[in-house]
Design a protein around this ligand. Structure first.
Ligand code: BMA
Length: 359
């Protein structure tokens, strides 16, 4: 506990002693305050772009005031996530059909209202022509690294992603590329690339964005999926010099044993993960975040207060982001919406002292 206190005090001192000028400084200060006060920002993917049964149509003329979270809890989430998938092709819309113009406008609107924004990225598989989930080749990461047959083309993909981020102007974003590397479902996962290749991919991305393009307002999040051991988590860690947030992704799945069993299993794994992340965060002087979580369709109507909150309340996790409420797939939702069976439970979760929505 003492170690934790010293670490948090250290972060707070770091945040207060320097002159607060850049948007990145402000975001660091904000995360330090959350960690220091034992509070957790609630985030929701795509929150301002669409919800369970609606979607922003005419985004250029829309004030973007609709939000499933706000409809239930009266406030926007503290953080909104968006995905850059398909930006690599110069597409108008991302892989889920969200116009990039809308993503830019929604991100700026949310930041303007005092919120935080995070970007993930599911780029296609440049070697096979498949999508991010195409793991049919174990040569993809090697092919995009310097000397690889796809390196130049891939640098063009990084350029388009960097162009988009640059187009937002002087705002700070939490950037979380190459996520869930400990899984086996993306072309950058551990089953299809070596430790060295993964780290090189991450560091090449960082070097291009930050050193070459001068995108210095990003906070970089590394987010393997759970469960993991400390060694497993750190095996592919790109390095303290480039990572700001130790993230983790982990979902609950309703298994054959029923909700009670799956809830208890999720809690056990999550507790173990957050305990490890807390220790790693202290050792490396980094923020920690639950960068993706949820339960598809939230069949457990007490999931927020009965399953998630009892675990996260015990750890200095700065934010928890639940995945998207797809407007075109009725059962594919991870956040609350008006009329969903667990509305009261979400309201009670949002009202907890430790949980921050956008005030
Ligand atoms: C997944 C699902 C997909 C989506 C992808 C990227 O978890 O929600 O439908 O395309 O995320 O947002």
């Amino acid at each position: 506990m003492k170690k934790l206190f010293l670490f948090l005090t250290g972060l707070a001192v770091m945040a207060c002693s320097t002159e607060m000028k850049t948007p990145k400084d402000e975001l660091v200060k904000r995360l330090s305050a959350l960690a220091g006060n034992g509070q957790i920002a609630y985030g929701h993917q795509d929150d301002l772009a669409y919800g369970h049964a609606w979607c922003v149509e005419d985004w250029e003329n829309d004030a973007l005031e609709r939000s499933d979270v706000k409809a239930v809890a009266g406030k926007y989430p503290a953080m909104v996530g968006f995905d850059l998938g398909d930006i690599e092709h110069g597409a108008d819309k991302n892989l889920d059909g969200v116009p990039f113009g809308l993503i830019r406008k929604a991100a700026l609107a949310h930041i303007g209202r005092g919120g935080m924004v995070t970007f993930s990225w599911h780029p296609d598989n440049i070697l096979t022509g498949g999508d991010a989930w195409d793991v049919s080749s174990n040569q993809v990461v090697a092919s995009v690294l310097p000397g690889g047959e796809k390196h130049e083309e891939f640098m063009g993909w990084l350029q388009r992603a960097a162009d988009f981020i640059e187009s937002l102007g002087d705002v700070a974003i939490i950037f979380r590329p190459w996520h869930e590397s400990s899984g086996n479902w993306f072309w950058w996962c551990q089953n299809v690339c070596s430790v060295g290749e993964y780290k090189a991919l991450f560091r090449m991305t960082y070097a291009y964005f930050v050193q070459e393009r001068g995108l210095t307002n990003l906070l970089w999040c590394y987010s393997p999926n759970g469960p993991f051991t400390e060694e497993g988590y750190m095996e592919r860690y790109p390095g303290d010099d480039i990572i700001d947030i130790l993230g983790a992704d982990f979902y609950e799945f309703a298994g054959p044993g029923g909700l009670e069993v799956s809830g208890a299993f999720y809690q056990r794994i999550l507790r173990d993960m957050l305990a490890r992340l807390t220790a790693l965060g202290q050792d490396h002087g980094k923020f920690i975040g639950l960068s993706e979580t949820g339960m598809e369709g939230i069949p457990d109507t007490h999931w927020w207060c009965g399953v998630l909150y009892p675990v996260i309340q015990d750890y200095p996790v700065t934010y928890v982001l639940t995945w998207r409420n797809a407007h075109d797939r009725p059962g594919h939702f991870y956040g609350p919406w008006e009329g969903y069976a667990g509305e009261e439970d979400f309201k009670a979760f949002a009202a907890q002292d430790k949980i921050r929505l956008l005030d």
